[in-house]
Design a binder for this molecule. Structure first.
Ligand SMILES: [Zn+2]
Ligand SMILES: [Zn+2]
Length: 222
């Protein structure tokens, strides 16, 4: 082993977890793999060791080969993201005029974070119905969008060239989602024996009507 993986550090998430044929370094990484599967996003786990300017070696967690996108999973607390920031900088587009990169804007880097809990957990959702949470290590905010031309879900920034990272169709008229929109369901692996396509049946979230929630009720809190 010459590579030194960027450890998430000691935390409850840093428990080796199997999902499909792969043993991930942490439960959170396995959950991200399951979440990518549920969105039909192809991924590879730790396919490349990147040498940074300092000579340090860095192994990003996920490469999404159809989307030219990296996902670095970081657990709770204050993550050390310097290597991830550098990866984002060195792989971004440097085209002077129109972008000639293989992927629009160059390779793209997303920080995968622990899920956002449902805001209706107590009365409505089962505990596993969290939502995916992500951040941008460098540059403008990152949005989740699904291309209606090729149906591929992906992360992107609202900056030209604003095109599907897989098929280059325009994304101008697509709806984009931030993490706080709680749109992307986060899939949690169960006991470490989960397998591809054996995702928990989450069902549909409860509606406000079913929960008896109204805006007035939510606004009553001090
Ligand atoms: Zn470019
Ligand atoms: Zn597309």
């Amino acid at each position: 082993m010459i590579s030194v993986p960027d450890s998430p550090g000691p935390s409850m998430d840093a428990i080796a977890t199997s999902y499909g044929d792969i043993t991930f370094r942490s439960r959170l990484e396995a959950d991200w793999a399951a979440t990518l599967d549920s969105n039909r996003i192809r991924w590879e786990y730790e396919p490349e060791t990147v040498t940074l300017a300092s000579g340090a070696l860095y192994v990003p967690d996920f490469w999404l080969p159809e989307l030219g996108t990296w996902i670095e999973v970081k657990g709770p607390g204050v993550p050390r993201v310097e290597k991830t920031k550098e990866l984002a900088r060195i792989r971004a587009c440097r085209c002077e005029t129109s972008c000639a990169c293989r992927w629009p804007g160059g390779e793209f880097v997303v920080l995968g974070r622990p899920s956002l809990a449902s805001d209706r957990t107590e009365t409505g959702h089962r505990p596993r119905c969290g939502y995916a949470n992500w951040e941008t290590p460098f540059g403008p905010s990152t949005y989740f969008v699904t291309c209606s031309s090729c149906t591929r879900a992906q992360w992107t920034i609202l900056k030209r060239p604003w095109r599907c990272r897989a098929c280059r169709a325009s994304l101008k008229s697509e709806q984009v989602h931030r993490p706080v929109d709680r749109f992307v369901r986060f899939i949690e692996t169960t006991t470490g024996t989960g397998s591809l396509f054996a995702m928990p049946d989450l069902g549909e979230p409860f509606t406000d009507e079913e929960l008896g929630l109204t805006e007035d009720a939510e606004n009553e809190l001090p």
